[in-house]
Each structure stands twice: as structure tokens, then as C-alpha cells.
Design a protein around this ligand. Sequence first.
Ligand SMILES: [Fe+2]
Length: 282
Amino acid sequence: MGNKKLNYIISKVDDMPVLPDRIKKIIAITEDPDSTIQDLEKEILKDQSLTSKILKLANSAYYGYPRKIDTVSQATILLGFQTIKSMALASTVSKMMSNELKGYALGKNDLWTQSQTCAIISRYIAKEVKFPNPETAYIAGLLRDIGKTILNFYVEKEYHAIINKVESEKIPFLEAEEEILGFNHAQVGEKIAIKWNFPEELVEAIGLHHSPEKATINPILVSIVHIADAITMMMGISIGADGLAYNFSPFALEKLNLTPNDLERLISQSHDLIIDEDSFDL
Ligand SMILES: [Fe+2]
């Protein structure tokens, strides 16, 4: 492919909307140890839709709570700053990820639903393996495929060439995507994460979610997102037992100390997790 197209794809990353100031402010407050519940509440209340989502989540997560949770400060105390941060980010990227992506055969909302599934499973695995920041895993899982929103147009145009390569050379879609377009969706996602000034471990987790063995900054986080991604993808399709071996990176399984039995348990728990998840229609 010509350099012109490559440059154009990179310029598309530049065209990606920046995170709204209001969301950046909320993220900054949640990361500042000196900020108070009141600081956070003040910012959240400026966003009516985020306010109602937070109240809804608090009331469903704490449904046994003696009284209805009707203030943002109460909800914030119960949910914690990290959860609020994830929700603020999710409320922004949901719009970007809800469109139909024909190139990837994803209907309207499909990528968004998959991303939420991957985020929830990432957080769950993070807790299971005692990763110190499960909410970071949630965000990485949520954003891992955001590059597809930019590559979609090219994948759609080159779809036949990509599929031919997959079939004739028996290589994964991702590799064909990379060979034909010059970029895979993980690399494009990484560029978006850099543009959004995300911490480098998050940039890495998005960029390497299909190749965790290349991780150098936080291999555990990358491995969590990789395994969650593989589980998410297999939940959408039926796959034979030997298909499993190819989908889960041995490096990631080893990094997280997961035996085949652990993996099987995680897969079945992930199903339950998604069925139970009240916050799903964020
Ligand atoms: Fe991916």
C-alpha cells in the first residue's frame, strides 16, 4: 500500500475527537489524592446523562441499601472514585464505538457491546489475579478495539484482499489487516490512547492486546486484556476445543499463572458475569 494511504490513516487519528474538557476534568479529580467528594460531585452534576447513569448504577449495585441513593455524593462514596472515572470515560467513548462497522462485520452497537463485555471481564480477571488496579484493566478492556473505528473504512474497501490473505496464507485477520493496510487496529488504538494522554501502561495494553509477549511496561495488564479479549470474542461465536489453544497466548496465561482449569472456570464465570451485569446498558 502507498505511503499516501498510510499518512491518511495517521491523519485520521489526528481527526479523532479529543476527550471533552469536562471528562478530562473528572478524570483529573479522580486521580488527585487531594480532591474531595464535593469537587467530583460539582463536575459530574454538569453532565446530566452521566449523573443519571451514576445514580442508576449506585442504586442497582447497592439495591439492598436501606434508602434510595439520590445524590451524586452518596453514589460517589459507594462506588468509589475509580469507578466514576471509568464511567466518565465510558460515557464518552460509547458514542464513538456505537456506529456500524461494516469492514469488521459489526452492526450498530456491536463494538460497544463487545467493548463493555471485554471491560467487565478484564476487571474480573484483574481482581482474580490480584492486580492492584482493576479499574485500569476495565478501561484498557473497554478501549482495546477503539482503533477499529478508524480502520473500518479501509478494512471495508480491502475486505476481499484481507479475507483472501487469511484464507490462502492461513494467518489471523489481524495479520492480514496489518499486511494489507500497513497497520492493525491495535496499533491505531495505541495512537489514539497517546493522543488522549493516557498513562503508558494503558497505551501499551491497547497496542499489544493481540501480542502480549511484546509487553515491557506492564505485561500483567496486557495479559489480562488479552485473555479478556479472547474470552469476549469466543463468547460471540462457537469454537471447538482446539480453537482455544490458538486464541489464548501461552505467554499471557503464564504471566497470570492461569492453568487450563482456571481458564475454563474464568470462561464460565464470564458468561454469568455478563448475564448479571446491571450496568450493561451504560
Ligand atoms: Fe482487537
